[in-house]
Design a protein around this ligand. Structure first.
Ligand SMILES: Nc1ncnc2c1ncn2[C@@H]1O[C@H](COP(=O)(O)OP(=O)(O)OP(=O)(O)O)[C@@H](O)[C@H]1O
Ligand SMILES: Cc1cn([C@H]2C[C@H](O)[C@@H](COP(=O)(O)O)O2)c(=O)[nH]c1=O
Length: 686
């Protein structure tokens, strides 16, 4: 299906990477990201090595200190860095910043002392802080506005995606280093030195490339003053945590950071306990980030319809279970698998958390909420990463013999992992209970439905047309908006079929009469659900599917979601059973877009002009549950739903709907016809 909204403007590149200056900028910055991760691993390892003959707690403190100085400049200097950076020429700022960082990283192995390692790392991070705003401000100069999101996404992918590559590279360097010690004791390679030299080299390349980029000169500005990190935290919590869902999200995400921070911090001590050395350290860190990437990008496809609200808490709790097992089973192979699980849980939670925060938090406080999350994440991460190794180092190792051949060593790192597990399990449970959008439906039933997916013998049949459903409570304006939408679509040249439920077919009209007749008191909820389903099955078979098959846009006033809201939330029948029943009845036909007209029930009933029918006459509580049911559906799949405030005047509602519908519409003139019409007939001039 050709989506008109996504067609490319003439002369615009197909992807942002086709823009040469941007491609070069992105490439060198991605290389530097790889170098940064590599040197973080090298620095943590060097700190452990340089303190190898000290007490365990001192060794742990040295490793913590590396991570603390990595984060400290952001906390202390963050608010002023952006404002100051804006006063300098961007190109100069970046080139000088890259050269300084190159020199600092190269100097670390040359000096080879812990004190310099920490000072140089702190200075390098401070330089990064002034460099970053210049980089952010440069990207819009290199790509057109409409490609900015794609460009930022690319940077995000390589910033975090380069971590597993760096971990793999570090493992390789460590292996080569170990082999070289055995083969050429006099010329042995040191993986940490190589990693730091490599990072220095990537910065020198970046300086060279940036110097030659077409970056327009800076207009000096006053620079916007940012509030301090602490102000952002206080304001953000006050505004954001007013609803249980947002509270659950924030506590869950920050708890996951705390647990993750403890693990990263203690990883170096843990591998020492397992006698797995630097290569083992690289493998553990690599598998956390590989798991994270899989969790972020693969898991949502696998779990399909499973409630994202439930999945969020469960993913954090799953990480907790993996940490618990890691603490109890000190085995490198199992630990690599378990750290992957920890990463996957964190990745799923992070991805869902960010998406849900985007939809749950209203526009005017979204910025503050994200700022709060970012600021808090840094504080929590710093405290956790620093506390992990110190705590781990303070608790001495104990070896327990389990028979003649087996000895189990349990040390401080195991205790830290247990603490991480407890935090993850607690916040996972808290988030699950705060955010559960499917109370009354058992978790097992939900899992079974997600695994089973569509009814077993029903293959998803998608047709070429477009199906748009209008949903909402009584008097929300569905019929009015369905009519206005159909008129507008016809004006745009679409073949439109406007229809409704229940009662769009001959049989359906009889069913509607039965269903809405107030004399039918005491109709059982299951019978009611089956009657609505029968109406829908007939409607799909004889009206909707034939229209879609000929390529029409079908606008239906009510569809499956009415049943989930009325018979599910309203009558309190299990939602998963209703979804399953509807998939069977409709042969798995889901709308391309569902528009939910949201209105308080009291306002909807005030608009009624005729006596209430059987369902309209239900209690206010019933209609409140119906409204929440629609809202929860929309929240669970923001991509397929559009919620509009139906208390606005009808014209404003209609305009909002048109804007959203435009996004998913097929091209009114199919590609094949376009080709035919652009081939002008040759005109023969006599
Ligand atoms: N945005 C609006 N603001 C005020 N009144 C509206 C608005 N939209 C529709 N109305 C009026 O509210 C009444 C109900 O509208 P409509 O029939 O479109 O709602 P509905 O959701 O289809 O109702 P029902 O659930 O009963 O089918 C009508 O009188 C209509 O003119
Ligand atoms: C499709 C569908 C509808 N209902 C309810 C919702 C309304 O109260 C009536 C239909 O009346 P309208 O004036 O046409 O909106 O039926 C339901 O309970 N379940 C359903 O699946």
């Amino acid at each position: 299906m050709t989506r008109s909204g996504r067609s490319e403007a003439r002369g615009e590149p197909r992807t942002v990477l086709a823009i040469k200056p941007f491609r070069r900028f992105w490439l060198v910055l991605s290389l530097s990201s790889l170098g940064d991760w590599l040197s973080l691993l090298a620095l943590m390892s060097m700190a452990a090595m340089l303190t190898a003959d000290q007490a365990a707690w001192l060794q742990g403190t040295a490793v913590s200190a590396v991570v603390v100085v990595q984060l400290l400049p952001t906390l202390v200097l963050g608010p002023i860095a952006g404002a100051l950076a804006d006063r300098f020429d961007r190109r100069l700022n970046m080139v000088v910043g890259d050269i300084l960082r190159a020199l600092l990283y190269i100097s670390m192995p040359l000096v080879g002392e812990l004190w310099w390692l920490l000072i140089a790392n702190f200075l390098a991070q401070t330089v990064s802080l002034f460099w970053a705003p210049a980089k952010e401000a440069t990207v819009p100069n290199l790509v057109p506005r409409q490609r900015l999101e794609e460009a930022n996404r690319l940077f995000l992918v390589t910033t975090y995606g380069s971590m597993p590559i760096a971990a793999g590279l570090y493992t390789l360097l460590a292996t080569v280093g170990t082999v070289s010690v055995r083969l050429f004791p006099d010329f042995a390679l040191n993986q940490n030195d190589i990693a730091l030299f490599l990072n220095g080299a990537t910065y020198l390349v970046a300086a060279l490339v940036v110097f030659r980029l077409p970056i327009p000169p800076m207009q000096p500005t006053e620079g916007e003053r940012q509030p301090s990190v602490w102000r952002q935290i206080v304001d953000g919590w006050r505004f954001a945590a007013s609803t249980p869902v947002v509270r659950g999200l924030l506590v869950g995400m920050l708890g996951a950071f705390a647990a993750g921070g403890l693990v990263v911090g203690v990883a170096r001590l843990y591998v020492t306990l397992l006698q797995a050395g630097d290569a083992g350290f690289g493998i553990l860190v690599g598998s956390v980030f590989t798991g994270m990437a899989l969790g972020m990008f693969v898991a949502p496809r696998v779990v399909r319809d499973f409630s994202r609200y439930r999945l969020f808490g469960l993913a954090i709790a799953a990480s907790g279970v993996a940490l618990l097992l890691m603490a109890l089973i000190p085995n490198m192979v199992i630990a690599a698998f378990l750290t992957g699980t920890v990463g996957a849980g964190a990745g799923i939670a992070w991805m869902i958390g960010l998406t849900l925060l985007g939809t749950e938090v209203s526009d005017e406080i979204r910025g503050r909420t994200f700022a709060f999350l970012q600021a808090m994440a840094k504080v929590v991460l710093m405290v956790a990463v620093a506390a992990g190794p110190i705590l781990g180092g303070l608790i001495p190792n104990r070896t327990q013999r389990l028979g003649a051949d087996i000895a189990l060593t349990f040390g401080g790192s195991n205790v830290v992992l247990l603490v991480g597990a407890a935090i993850a399990l607690l916040v996972g449970w808290y988030s699950y209970t705060q955010m559960d959008d499917r109370r009354g439906t058992s978790l097992i039933a939900d899992v079974v439905t997600a695994v089973r997916g569509a009814p077993p013998d029903v293959a998803a049949k998608r047709t070429s047309g477009t199906l748009i459903a209008l949903e909402g409570g009584e008097g929300a304006g569905k019929s009015t908006q369905a009519r206005l939408l159909a008129i507008w679509l016809r004006e745009q040249g679409y073949d439109v079929v406007a229809t409704h439920e229940p009662g769009a077919t001959k049989v359906g009209m009889r069913l509607r009469a039965i269903l809405l007749d107030r004399n039918h008191v005491g109709l059982s909820p299951r019978a009611e659900a089956l009657l609505y389903c029968a109406d829908r099955a007939e409607h799909v078979e004889s009206v909707i599917r034939p229209a879609l098959e000929r390529g029409a846009v079908v606008v239906t006033d009510r569809y499956i979601d009415s049943m989930v809201a009325y018979q599910g939330a309203g009558r309190q029948l299990p939602e998963d059973e209703i979804v399953w029943l509807n998939r069977w009845a409709t042969d798995n036909l889901l709308p391309d877009l569902t528009i939910v007209l949201d209105l308080p029930p009291s306002e909807g009933s005030a608009r009624r002009g005729a006596p209430a029918d059987r369902l309209e006459a239900e209690s206010e509580d019933f209609h409140e549950r119906v409204r929440s049911g629609f809202q929860a559906r929309a929240r669970s799949e923001p991509d397929r739903y559009f919620v509009v405030d139906a208390s606005e005047p009808a014209e404003a509602v209609s305009r909002a709907i048109q804007d959203e519908v435009r996004r998913i519409l097929p091209d009114p003139v199919p590609d094949s016809s376009e080709e035919a019409t652009t081939t002008f007939p040759a005109i023969k001039i006599e």
